[in-house]
Design a protein around this ligand. Structure first.
Ligand SMILES: [Zn+2]
Length: 923
């Protein structure tokens, strides 16, 4: 490395052209780990703060960043100038840096216009495992007021898809960033907290033939002819490849951004231009993939307009680029103006893509675009309000996609998602939606289902309570009042209260500040001593296997019920005291205790009421049918409903044709199989499951031959066929899957993508070694990212343990991208028959997996502990993962939750497996 090759100040000033004060090359260079200097009068630096924030030594006002990024090299280098406000005279400035080799740092102030050199040292932040705070120590006090901090550094490209990282595809190199939550500090020294929103002026030097993109547009005049860098002529010729041919791109100054939203992409991109007015929309792909961008461009234009209407404010940034990233840890990231996506979500060929990927694309685009206003324009103060950011964007997915394409059923999909997150929320180890975040690790752990799905559910409940129009006016008020600033949940509640004259904060707090799922006991009767009365009382939904809680949790619950013969719902506020209401002159035959599934609670009915409700059939809307099944299964797991009653309820849904309800049926069958079906009852259970699904399978077929205009049917078909093969172990279904898999392997366009997505993995269940080779070849030659995923996923589905082992061995090589490994393991961990061999393989290969998956990526493997349902297996998994994940970030809570899930499964099996075995025998 040549940290001194280019005089630092000269480069920053000339490259960015914005130096406000004179600066000179630095007098001395101080290494990152050199101890603070010799000044014996200097007090010790302020210690790391317990709350994980930076000590209050300086606050950034603006950044200038110059980066040299050549993705074909293992390292990059940069210089940054940060204008800061210093609140009181200080010897120290503490900011964030991680894995950066700082080669020089100084401060320029009115008193020291030539610059005051800093001694630099790195240290751990609160709860940290690696150094993340950079302490600049000065030999004399910096005065209060403005100062300009200048730093030069070099750093490795990250290898774990976070920070600034590089990816090779087809022999070409690309670099991308992913900074949320705390990885901007791996690309440049910064005050890496969301409360610091400042303008960023960025310039990037990249190899010729590449394009550099960032949040703001490039300055047209300056990119056309990059100015000569005078300093470069002085460079020694040691690294000609790095300096011989370069492009310089100067970006316009951004509006105020927090560091986690700064973004950069570099590479030989193909760029598809969508509409240009009133702002440019483009899709950016790796070389040669520009032909698959049409659907994304169309979807993006429609959704950004819908969101603009919702917020009553047009898109707030200068341009909108959507970047398809070939290797990406998350699904997508909302960087303003430069939204990044996993490429499989963006590059969708409508003729050959699955229905689910087309819908996911719309939902993910809606989510990231909603953040442009909610999160980007108005930003949380700190990570404890992440739920508002993510909960809102998740809520908006359904709201906006429903407004655009109601047939997608986005709201029902969200309702189904809430049922899942309630299971997590009921765990003893669950966290509250809003909880203190005191470290990088806790910030990373905050990105979970509680934040996204419970956050969204709470917002949906508030929307239901105040009314959709009022809620929208409150959101608009919040966004308009806080534009370009930071704000939090209380500000949103204030805005909604202002337009609604309600007190939504009071209602929300019990859902935000404590974990747990309320349960509503519902009782009504049309005869006997309580005839004509509806009684409601609340408690908490606690699955079997959870201990007693010392203090009962209470909520203020908005409860709305629907009933037979009533078009309007009746709403109540249910507090700690039970309530009783008269039902009116005509006693309804059924009552549905959570109209529209808007309330965040579960309900408990007795056997008679449950069967009455199930008998109402199509008189219930799809949300109620879905909720009824989900609540019945929750009742079993709580010990309030006998498992055999559930086995009686399920057949009342035979012939159900709404795909979300069908998915719920399949979900309940999978849950029963996992926890309640012992090996000796498995055959009988397979017959029971097949009987629930065979009617739908006959009606739907495999969807081959003619184009099915009904997308929903394609999705329902996938669910039904998957369950017939996986759960019911139906021989005919597996034979048919093999026939279609062979057709697909010969020609991936010969069958519909939806059919391939289910047939190819199902066929692996009974296939041998040859199929593994065929799938690997198919992945290599895949024409679309989706075809590649089908092949990769199918390698995790082998039923033969020897073949599965060999398939898992492939994950240790670089044949699959890091972000693709989840497909293999998702499949292998998801099946009852292959879990044990997958776990055994994981244990044997743990050291190699850790090398392949640096950082916290390996933490996901601890999930397999949650699939255990026998005490010995659970204990083994606990001992193994507790030992092997020590020192890993973001793994503590997921592991606790996985082990707790195993406990619940064990308790449920004890409670109900005998009964289910008997009931299945007698059917
Ligand atoms: Zn988000």
């Amino acid at each position: 490395m040549r940290p001194t090759a280019i005089p630092f100040a000269l480069t920053v000033c000339s490259a960015i052209g914005a130096c406000a004060m004179p600066s000179v090359p630095q007098a001395r260079k101080v290494g990152l780990f050199e101890p603070a200097g010799p000044n014996s009068f200097r007090p010790p630096p302020p210690p790391p703060r317990d709350d994980g924030r930076l000590p209050d030594t300086a606050a950034p006002l603006s950044y200038e960043i110059w980066l040299h990024v050549d993705p074909s090299q293992p390292t990059f280098r940069g210089r940054v100038a940060i204008v800061v406000d210093i609140p009181q005279p200080t010897f120290y400035v503490v900011l964030n840096a991680r894995d950066l080799h700082v080669t020089g740092a100084k401060a320029i102030t009115d008193r020291a216009p030539l610059g005051l050199a800093a001694h630099t040292s790195a240290r751990l932040a609160n709860g940290g495992l690696v150094a993340e705070e950079l302490v600049l120590a000065f030999d004399e006090r910096l005065p209060a007021g403005r100062a300009r901090l200048e730093m030069a550094y070099d750093a490795p490209f990250a290898t774990d898809l976070a920070g600034l990282y590089r990816v090779e595809e087809d022999g070409r190199w690309y670099a991308y960033t992913q900074f949320e939550a705390t990885d901007a500090r791996r690309a440049f020294p910064c005050f890496d907290e969301p409360r610091f929103k400042t303008p960023f002026k960025i310039a990037v030097e990249t190899p010729t033939g590449t394009v550099a993109l960032s949040n703001a547009p490039a300055e047209p005049s300056r990119t056309a002819s990059p100015p000569a860098e005078p300093s470069r002529t002085a460079s020694p010729p040691a690294e000609p490849s790095r300096t011989a041919t370069v492009n310089a791109t100067y970006f316009e100054t951004t509006p105020p951004l927090p560091s986690y939203l700064v973004a950069l992409a570099v590479g030989p991109f193909d760029i598809s231009q969508g509409r240009t007015d009133p702002f440019s929309i483009r899709v950016v792909t790796t070389h040669g993939h520009g032909q698959m961008t049409g659907l994304a461009l169309e979807t993006a234009a429609a959704l950004i307009d819908k969101l603009g209407d919702y917020f009553d404010m047009s898109y707030p940034y200068a341009k909108l680029d959507l970047v398809a990233v070939p290797d990406f840890a998350a699904g997508a990231m909302e960087n303003p103006g430069l939204v990044t996506f996993r490429d499989t979500l963006l590059l969708v060929d409508p003729a050959h893509a699955t229905t689910s990927i087309k819908r996911s694309q719309a939902e993910v685009i809606a989510h990231e675009f909603a953040h442009q206003w909610f999160g980007d324009l108005v930003t949380m103060q700190w990570w404890d309000d992440l739920w508002l950011n993510e909960g809102f964007a998740t809520w908006a997915e359904a709201k906006i996609v429903d407004a655009w394409r109601p047939s997608f059923g986005a709201t029902l999909e969200q309702i189904a998602g809430v049922q899942g997150v309630m299971d997590t929320d009921a765990l003893e180890s669950a966290r509250a939606v809003r909880e203190p975040v005191r470290s990088t690790s806790e910030a990373k752990e905050a990105f979970d289902g509680i934040t996204y799905d419970k956050g969204a559910a709470v917002l949906r409940m508030i929307e239901g309570w105040v009314g959709a129009d009022t809620f929208q006016r409150g959101v608009q008020r919040y966004v308009h009042e806080n534009a370009w600033k930071n704000a939090g949940a209380e500000d949103l509640f204030k805005a909604i209260d202002f337009v609604s004259t309600q007190h939504v904060g009071d209602l929300a707090r019990a859902f935000l500040d404590q974990p747990g799922v309320p349960a509503v006991f519902v009782n009504w009767s049309c005869s006997g001593p309580h005839a004509g009365k509806l009684e409601l009382r609340q408690s908490e939904w606690r699955p079997l296997g959870e201990g007693q809680r010392g203090v009962a949790r209470k909520w203020t619950l908005p409860v709305c019920v629907a009933s037979e013969g009533q078009s309007a719902q009746s709403c109540f506020t249910l507090g700690a005291e039970p309530i009783a209401r008269t039902l009116g002159p005509r006693c309804p035959t059924w009552i549905y205790p959570n109209a529209g599934e808007v309330g965040y609670y579960r309900f408990i009915l007795d056997r008679r009421q449950l069967l009455t409700l199930a008998g109402a059939g199509r008189a219930l809307d799809p949300a109620a049918r879905l909720g009824l099944l989900s609540n019945a299964w929750a009742g079993v797991r709580q010990g309030a409903i006998a498992p055999r009653v559930l086995l009686d309820v399920l057949p009342t849904f035979d012939g159900e044709a709404n795909r979300f309800v069908v998915e719920q049926i399949v979900g309940v069958l999978a849950g029963v199989e996992h926890a309640l079906v012992e090996d000796e009852a498995h055959l009988a259970f397979e017959r029971y499951a097949a009987a629930r699904l065979i009617g739908r399978k006959r009606a739907l077929g495999w969807g081959v031959g003619k184009v099915d205009p009904n997308d929903d049917r394609a999705l329902e078909r996938r669910t039904v066929l998957w369950a017939m093969g996986q759960i019911a172990n139906d021989g005919a279904t597996l034979d048919e899957a093999e026939t279609y898999a062979e057709m697909w392997l010969k020609d991936a366009t010969s069958i519909p993508a939806d059919t391939a997505a289910v047939a190819v993995p199902l066929a692996s269940i009974r296939a041998g070694f040859r199929r593994l080779d065929e799938l690997r070849a198919a992945a290599k030659r895949a024409k679309t990212p989706q075809d590649r995923i089908v092949a990769i996923r199918a390698t995790g589905a082998f039923g033969d343990p020897a073949v599965l082992r060999q398939a898992l061995d492939v994950t240790l090589t670089d044949e699959w991208k890091i972000s693709e490994l989840r497909y293999v393991f998702g499949e292998a961990m998801g099946r009852r028959e292959t879990r044990a061999s997958t776990y055994a393989w994981e244990k044997e290969n743990w050291a190699k997996l850790r090398v392949r998956l640096p950082g916290s990526l390996a933490a996901g493997f601890a999930d397999i502990a949650g699939t255990m349902c026998a005490p010995a297996d659970r204990d083994d998994a606990r001992a193994f993962f507790e030992r092997e994940t020590q020192g890993m970030e973001g793994v503590r809570r997921p592991l606790d939750q996985a082990l707790e899930r195993a406990n619940l499964c064990i308790a449920l099996r004890r409670y109900g497996a005998d009964e289910v075995t008997k009931a299945l025998r007698h059917r």
